[in-house]
Design a protein around this ligand. Structure first.
Ligand SMILES: Nc1nc2c(ncn2[C@@H]2O[C@H](COP(=O)(O)OP(=O)(O)OP(=O)(O)O)[C@@H](O)[C@H]2O)c(=O)[nH]1
Ligand SMILES: [Mg+2]
Length: 414
């Protein structure tokens, strides 16, 4: 894994520099605002944004896939020990330490960057990586060293915290197994924690928001189960684009099941003074897109689906296909963070015929367990673009922040 820092006037500038140098697969690990440029006149220069990015090298990805396949075959016996239960006081202390450590994650990452730099050359090729493995000092018997016991307790606590945050056992195990592979006796806890943090951020992957389309409107379709907040989310996104970004937007609804549903979006359209139309058929969809061809964004609301009703999804798929035929289209599956994991899996399954969607999680204000964000990201392999955390239009929405969510999953403050 390559880890590097980039400075820019804005977060976007710094990320663009990182992508230019390392490619589009970089993952942002940390963002530090108000950074002063080093040097004599640094204090007089405008403050900058510093992003720390990671890039997983291809060989690592392949190696991980291979290991995962091996692991599945081997079907290793489950761990049964739970030392933190035996010693509640120690666990509390360790938990406090994790919080402190997560708070100073920037420092942890910096230490790691220094360590990486000193071994950067030898890490470049897989052959060298092999050599490097051989250079690792002799391991002491991990079961006898007190430091190692503390390390185990620390890792178990992180594992338990993930489970308490409702990360699926399967994914929590996977993360712990990946850490076991790099773990060495006497390895500093901070190094372990920073590694888990990075691995989890990489699992969330890149999360792009809605992007503009050149020379034609971008059609953005929101789908999902009933009552998750699709219409409210459209209102939030639409008002940001129309009021703050001064873009030309139009609102469509394909929710023809309930009169109230169309009225809800019409009300928002009236407030924002943007055009609104109901679309019943694929033909209506194409006509509407043609009529609004000079617009920047067309946001489309759809009826909420029960995961029992596959016909409804088929109808909606026709509308999606019609939009895709004539315009640059993005699709979002809107899910509530308060829905039970098992139901989320069923819902994701209902939409499996639509493969090119990204995720929006709503109602984060109503739950303190965000494990399902990771679970569903890994289950669907769809990136999370936005999260919403309240009923206020347009304020209660933001771009998904993997760093914040991972800190929370590992026991940081919410
Ligand atoms: N607490 C909280 N409530 C939200 C959030 N987003 C939406 N809601 C509320 O959830 C309820 C349903 O929102 P809608 O936007 O109507 O949901 P929908 O998915 O369009 O519902 P249907 O069209 O009936 O399928 C409303 O009371 C919203 O105010 C959120 O992030 N947090
Ligand atoms: Mg609705």
């Amino acid at each position: 894994m390559i880890i590097k820092k980039f400075l820019g006037k804005t977060e976007e500038d710094a990320i663009a520099l990182a992508k230019k140098e390392l490619g589009n697969n970089v993952v942002v690990l940390n963002v530090k605002k108000n950074v002063k440029k080093k040097g004599l006149f640094g204090a007089f220069k405008p403050k900058l944004v510093e992003v720390t990015v990671a890039l997983e090298e291809e060989s690592e990805t392949l190696e991980r896939t291979r290991r995962e396949a091996e692991r599945k075959q081997a079907a290793a016996p489950a761990k049964t020990e739970s030392p933190e239960k035996k010693d509640a006081q120690k666990a509390d202390k360790a938990s406090e330490n994790i919080e402190k450590r997560l708070d100073t994650l920037q420092t942890l990452l910096e230490t790691q960057i220094k360590n990486k730099k000193s071994s950067a050359v030898s890490e470049k090729t897989p052959e060298n990586a092999e050599e490097k493995k051989e250079e690792v000092p002799e391991e002491k018997d991990p079961k006898t060293s007190p430091e190692d016991e503390e390390q185990t307790r620390f890792l178990n606590l992180l594992h338990t915290t993930m489970l308490e945050n409702e990360v699926d056992e399967k994914y929590a195990e996977q993360i712990m197994e990946e850490i076991e592979k790099i773990r060495k006796p006497n390895m500093p806890m901070d190094y372990l924690l920073a590694n888990i943090y990075q691995k989890m951020i990489l699992k969330f992957g890149k999360a792009d928001g809605i992007s503009p389309s050149e020379n034609q409107p971008k059609v953005v379709i929101f789908m999902g189960p009933t009552g998750v907040g699709k219409t409210t989310t459209i209102a939030k996104v639409a008002s940001s684009y129309s009021v703050e970004e001064k873009k030309k937007i139009a609102l469509l609804t394909a929710d023809t099941y309930r009169i109230a549903a169309a009225e809800q979006l019409r009300t928002y359209a009236n407030i924002l003074e943007v055009p609104f139309r109901v679309v019943y058929t694929s033909e209506d969809m194409k006509n509407a897109i043609a009529d609004f061809k000079d617009y920047d964004y067309i946001f489309v609301d759809t009826a909420g689906h029960s995961h029992q009703n596959v016909d409804q999804v088929d109808n909606m798929k026709e509308l999606l296909d019609a939009a895709k035929e004539v315009a640059d289209t993005e699709i979002f599956l809107v899910l509530s963070a308060t829905t039970k994991y098992r139901d989320l899996l069923k819902i994701a399954d209902t939409y499996k015929s639509i493969t090119d969607y990204r995720l929006i999680f709503t109602k984060l204000d109503e739950t303190s367990c965000v494990g399902n964000l990771l679970n569903i990201k890994l289950f669907t392999d769809a990136a999370i673009s936005y999260v919403t955390y309240g009923q206020n239009v347009p304020d209660d929405i933001e771009a998904f922040n993997a760093q914040k969510t991972v800190k929370q999953l590992l026991g940081g403050k919410h």
